[in-house]
Design a binder for this molecule. Sequence first.
Ligand code: MSP
Length: 522
Amino acid sequence: MTDKKDKYYYITTPIYYVNGAPHIGSSYTNIACDVLARFKRLDGYKVKFLTGTDEHGLKVKQAAEAKGVSPQAFTDEVAAMFEGALAPMNISNDDFIRTTEERHKKAAQALWQKLEEAGEIYLDKYAGWYAVRDEAYYTLDELIAGPDKDTMIAADSGAECKWVEEESYFFKLSEYTDKLLAYYEEHPEFIQPASRRNEVMSFVKGGLRDLSISRTTFDWGVPVPGNEKHVMYVWIDALTNYLTALGYPDTSSEEFQGFWNNAFHMVGKEITRFHCVYWPAFLMAAKLPLPKTVFAHGWLTVEGQKMSKSVGNVITPEELISRYGVDGARFVLLREIPFGNDGNFSHENSVNRINSDLANGLGNLAQRTLSMIAKNCEGKVPHHADFNEEDLAVLNDAYGVIESVRAGLDQFKFHEALQEIFRLVNAANGYIDAQAPWTLKKTDFTRMETVLYVLAETIRCLGILVQPVMPDSASKILDQVAVTEKARDFTCLTKEHALKVGTELPVPQGVFPRLELEEKAA
Ligand code: MSP
């Protein structure tokens, strides 16, 4: 839960490895964060929304080698693909960070020095199993036998591990076991959802070992200050990005303090250990406050299977947009899968969901109402008489639903927040059917005007409410009820901002086309 009096909100995605092109996995996280960022902006917060790319480490270096290009040329190319995938999905990030940037090198080295000054780093020898794919060290109890004697497999992720032995700096993570456990106890909101919190807590309860935080066998990384034979372990480098973007090592600015005290990290569930164990320990060691929440969401599968190049079921963001439109894509990803759980993406479910909620639900409500106003009320916001109980029930719902939407989003329950909004859509469609303005047109024209007014006003509120999830469609809806740009934030969800009788409305146009499964998504 954010503290509204602070009015600052800092939301981050993981920074993505640039070893391959973006697929809908990263779009999923980006969209979720974008919805939160847009929601908070409309709710009066100063928002900073950060995403970017994680460009160092052996995995990226090996991907560059496989292509026969230098790591820098390779990362420049792939980072541009990640950055380029943002605008087409309407991602409203305020900054895009690349770990190869100078500002980041400076921040990562400054954090390292803080840890060193605090006496939390020492030089020793590392000997153990390392998975390049996960850029992670594993202990024997986390491994199963591999295809040959030189290879082990990480039981959780399936990544291949090789034995490495080299001089390395270590962070005294073992000294943080109790401090972390105490922190998790006192701040149940720090790791969400609760299932992930339990996993992390039981891992930490097992006792922590000191963490190897530098490598000497390759040089594609941030040099360790004072000993350039070493580069930093890619995760200490990567995690620092969240500070870099706020201007670290300068912590004195209002921007740094406002945002860092209200920081929310969204991550996939496979990287909780890094964000919920290593990161808070580094921050404690550097005497910096911890982020408010790390929320770990589940994995997207496609038609029931893990997305993979070999299965041939990788969905690109472009494909999703071409089938469903940007707003349709954003909507189904968040409406179909309870956030936090693993979830399956299916074309059939997506088409059904878009048709039922958008085309038949919100789209039909707007189309029926606005075309009746165009035909019968000279295309102007109609007059209304006093509202009766049925009218007030719909209007009060339209003004009040923001409370439950806000509560849902503060708990990262996107699907529940959307359910609330579409409950209002259904209620409004129920109201139009029950009131039957097409019949009133012949029997009681004044009552018809009132009913159409109530519906247009409800559509105004719905347009405002769906902006975070479907910014383009919301803007079309709000244009059709002549709501100015300035009157679109959540403070306008009150009767004081209600549509003014007699306001001229543009010619109505359909916003959500119906999709055909056979043609579009067989
Ligand atoms: N570079 C690290 C993160 C460093 S953050 C300081 C990393 N990168 S990654 O490219 O592997 O991206 C992982 C993230 O991409 C996941 O945590 C998740 O946000 C997103 N996803 C990638 N594939 C996904 C799915 N199939 N489903 C859901 N999210 C997915 O780990």
